[in-house]
Design a protein around this ligand. Structure first.
Ligand code: F6P
Length: 549
């Protein structure tokens, strides 16, 4: 395949970028009162306003041309049809099948994918009903009150983010907890809050080989047996979610208590599968199905909307525009929604594990940028922390703002204050403040000419800093499903344009391998060796500190 930077549209975008050095968004808004209408898209109540971006019709025309030249439409069709897009692991990429309607017909590699998905959903449904009705009970015949998900990465971040986001829809009487870190503090703190008699552990691991998850699961099992004084209690308190039946059995969980998913579901795309079991338990199956329906709404939009009216495509192209032609290295996700506090962390895995790559699909070194450093915090907290750099620093950091029109927890006018802050931030980033405006402000405050000259430069905002805003009625399961799928497809489109495999994650392997070597050295079971001087020095100092007590 031709490299993207060799494409005519790419070269035209580079030339077009140079023309942009004379343009300012403030002037473009002043010249064009219809800019918001032209550069915004809707999917029911979900509005994407991308008008505060450094774009014109020409920019978009060239970006769409680039998407077409890079085969975005063909790759999109291939993904939905189950082609093996994950070329290094020879796997299909079919998380969209998990949220497709029950009557969808889809077979992959001779396997009826739709039937498999519906079968597992039916099992999840029956299990959720058993727990909610109190038919499923703990070892001392108490109903379940606490769900503890033990998993990491894709087996944690999605369900944890969704459960927090949709807590207003939670079933009364059930609390969801998430243990991911191998740091024993994480598990200890959760175990201190739950009662072994009424706690259900969901051990979630696609591979069922992940060191952190297995260590936490073993410790949780020991804790349970210690309290129940009976190994048979494990069957009442442990279920597994995995693709790996043998490993689940070897761990000691009856495969009858395993909820299955498949290798065509990537870890970071798995919350729609049985990995979503804690979501279904916490919210109920109906709400989980609404989340799936939201994901499917976005799939349909992504599949059918023309590229220039296609939300994920537009978001992806804007990202490519800034990364490749504006030297943007980072991207901020700023939810003005306290319940989306974990969205940036979830999107970090989705985006950075997918597109943090530096070789093309056929193994050549890329000659362009790839995925950005993604970060964010809920508004308004971030405003009092890192926004300073976004407004006045030397780096261009495109931002996504997310905000609901209605709060689940209205108090006085606090939600309006929240929205006002959100809108003000994107306006401030776009408009900026000129030197003349800064001077005029200081003059109005009665400062001397000398003071004005000294202070005004510090109060200048360049403006022209891009952002998107996603505005929705309220954060409900369907809306959240749409938002998550929007970002999934954005990441996918960018991966296609950059010609990288967005569906593997070899970059996490080396550290895992080395940790396995260091562990016995740290324990003093084998001699320390074969490392650099820094690693040896750290191991030895750590051992000395531990031995000193
Ligand atoms: O961090 C690497 C990774 O493989 C992720 O892609 C995955 O989500 C996570 O580990 C957990 O893997 P598993 O679900 O197999 O335990």
């Amino acid at each position: 395949m031709q490299r993207p930077e060799q494409d005519a549209a790419w070269k035209a975008l580079a030339a077009h970028r140079r023309a942009w050095s004379r343009l300012h968004l403030r002037a473009l808004f002043a010249q064009d009162p219809a800019r918001f209408q032209r550069y915004s898209l809707r999917l029911d109540d979900l509005l994407l306003d991308y008008s505060k971006n450094l774009i014109s019709d020409e920019t978009l025309r060239l970006l769409i041309q680039l998407a077409q030249a890079c085969g975005v439409e063909q790759a999109r069709a291939a993904m939905f049809q189950g082609e093996h897009l994950n070329c290094t692991e020879d796997r299909a990429v079919l998380h969209t099948a998990l949220r497709a309607p029950a009557d969808t017909k889809l077979s992959v590699d001779g396997q009826d994918v739709s039937a498999d998905v519906q079968r597992v959903l039916a099992r999840m449904s029956a299990f959720v009903e058993a727990v909610h009705s109190g038919r499923w009970r703990g070892y001392s015949d108490r109903p379940i009150t606490d769900i503890v998900n033990i998993g990491i990465g894709g087996s944690d971040l999605g369900p944890a983010m969704v459960c927090q986001a949709l807590a207003p829809y939670a079933r009364p009487g059930l609390t969801a907890h998430f243990v991911s870190n191998v740091d024993p503090t994480h598990l200890s703190e959760v175990l201190a809050r739950v009662d072994p008699q009424s706690t259900l552990f969901v051990v979630a691991s696609k591979t069922f080989t992940t060191q952190e998850t297995l260590a936490n699961a073993r410790a949780a099992r020991d804790w349970l047996i210690q309290h129940a004084r009976d190994e048979a209690a494990v069957a009442r308190h442990f279920v597994a979610v995995s693709t790996h039946r043998e490993a689940v059995t070897a761990f000691g969980i009856d495969p009858a208590q395993m909820f299955e998913f498949w290798d065509w579901v990537g870890g970071r795309y798995s919350l729609w599968s049985a990995i979503g079991l804690p979501i279904a338990l916490y919210l109920g199956m109906e709400r989980f199905r609404e989340l799936l329906a939201g994901g499917h709404d976005m799939d349909r939009h992504f599949l059918t909307a023309p590229l220039e009216r296609n939300m994920p495509v537009i978001l992806a192209l804007l990202g490519v525009w800034y990364i490749e032609f504006w030297d943007a290295h980072a991207h901020a996700v700023l939810p003005y929604d306290q319940r989306l506090a974990r969205l940036p962390a979830y999107l970090q895995q989705l985006d950075m594990e997918s597109n943090g790559k530096s070789v093309t699909r056929d193994g050549r070194r890329v000659r362009h940028g790839t995925g950005p450093i993604l970060f964010g915090e809920p508004g308004t907290n971030g405003q009092h922390a890192f926004y300073q750099l976004i407004h006045q620093g030397t780096r261009l950091i495109p931002c996504d703002f997310l905000v609901a029109a209605q709060s689940h927890n209205p108090i006085a006018d606090q939600h309006e204050i929240l929205i006002a802050n959100c809108l003000a931030q994107s306006e401030a980033l776009m408009r900026g403040k000129t030197l003349a405006e800064a001077r005029a402000e200081l003059k109005a405050q009665g400062l001397s000419r000398a003071e004005i000259a000294r202070l005004a430069p510090h109060r200048v905002f360049a403006g022209n800093r891009p952002s998107n805003t996603l505005l929705y009625r309220r954060l409900d399961p369907r809306t959240l499903g749409r938002i998550i799928a929007l970002y999934e497809h954005k990441v996918f489109v960018q991966g296609v344009i950059w010609d990288i495999n967005s569906f593997d994650q070899w970059g996490v392997e080396l550290g895992k391998q080395l940790a396995r070597v260091i562990l016995p050295e740290l324990k003093g079971q084998v001699a320390v060796g074969g490392h650099d001087a820094s690693t040896v020095g750290l191991i030895e100092h750590c051992r000395a500190l531990r031995e000193a007590g």
